[in-house]
Design a protein around this ligand. Sequence first.
Ligand code: SF4
Ligand code: SF4
Length: 370
Amino acid sequence: MRRLPVIAETPLPPLYDAWMREALGAALSPEPESTCSDCAMVAPPDQVGGHGFDPHAKCCTHLPFLPNFLVGRILADEAAGAAHRHGRASVRARIREGIAVSPIGLHAPGPRVMAERVAHEHGEFGRVRSLVCPHFIDRRGGLCGIWEHRNATCTTFFCKHSRGARGDRLWRAIELLLKRVEAALSRHCLMALDFPVEAFARALARHDPPEGDPSRGAELAPDPERHRQLWGAWEGREEALYLACAELVAPLGWSEVLRIGGVEVEARARIARHLLAGMDPREAPEALRAGVFTGVEVGPERTRVATYSRLDPLDLPNALVGALGRFDGRSTRAVVREIAREDGLALDDELIAQLLDFEILVEADTPRRG
Ligand code: SF4
Ligand code: SF4
């Protein structure tokens, strides 16, 4: 999912950036290893269909849920560039198409969610062109037409993390936090606008949980009767409702978002803050053991290993891979000395920190992953 060619100072869209700075007490760092305009996952042309992503799809083989207030922000954004025009047009096309168009937002229809899931399960993520997002622009390395207003999922997905599993955990926590925010605010807008209660109840019954549950029935084609029931007196004025939601949300500060989102949002924010604090460098733990990892590719000198994600492997010297088994819960210092003596390898603090970030080494008392 993503990206404009310039790596922004903040990895978040403006609305979410302001909230997260306040919620977390710090700005989030970009993930420079996810080189989106020159996608890090795209394989050389002769390998497309092999291991890498398709350059005409990248990770944007996803139809994002857009909460009502983000739909309104996209429509209200009058920026003149071609990417913005594409963004507005593609959102209008989803509204016109009328499938899974709800007062809560633009949902991914159940069959679409299932198709994405099947692609993931078969290792086809990033390679199925028929699943490319309608907001994706296939030029200049692949752009996003709604970049400044993308949702929680698109905002927080990175194929690679500078801090490995630690970074992945932080971004997943922020995704869950922003999803809660999106759910709370999209409902708050409808209540603030005094949306007809019967239509509101139908929208909630159909679209809770917010991220399109495939078991909620197929939506393969527009259903005018269902649409009429979902929209009540607002039928035919869908864009006007989305714009009104955007206006309601625009002035909200984090304290108001917290008040509206309640304990769920507060709890998610607390978890994200905790994980962010854990990103600070610290001394290597007293005792370490080797984590669980998979050898993806073994070469004469280096082995490619994957731990938390097959999208983000590390290349390690074979000698180091062989020495990792020495970390068996004994004192870290003693094992580092042993490896220097027996294997001729000098493991400095920086390397140990990276191995910890990627869970190639874990604290000795960490429960084992299956
Ligand atoms: S909304 Fe943008 S970032 Fe998200 S999948 Fe679509 S093109 Fe990619
Ligand atoms: S696959 Fe990674 S590098 Fe490529 S566009 Fe997606 S996040 Fe960016």
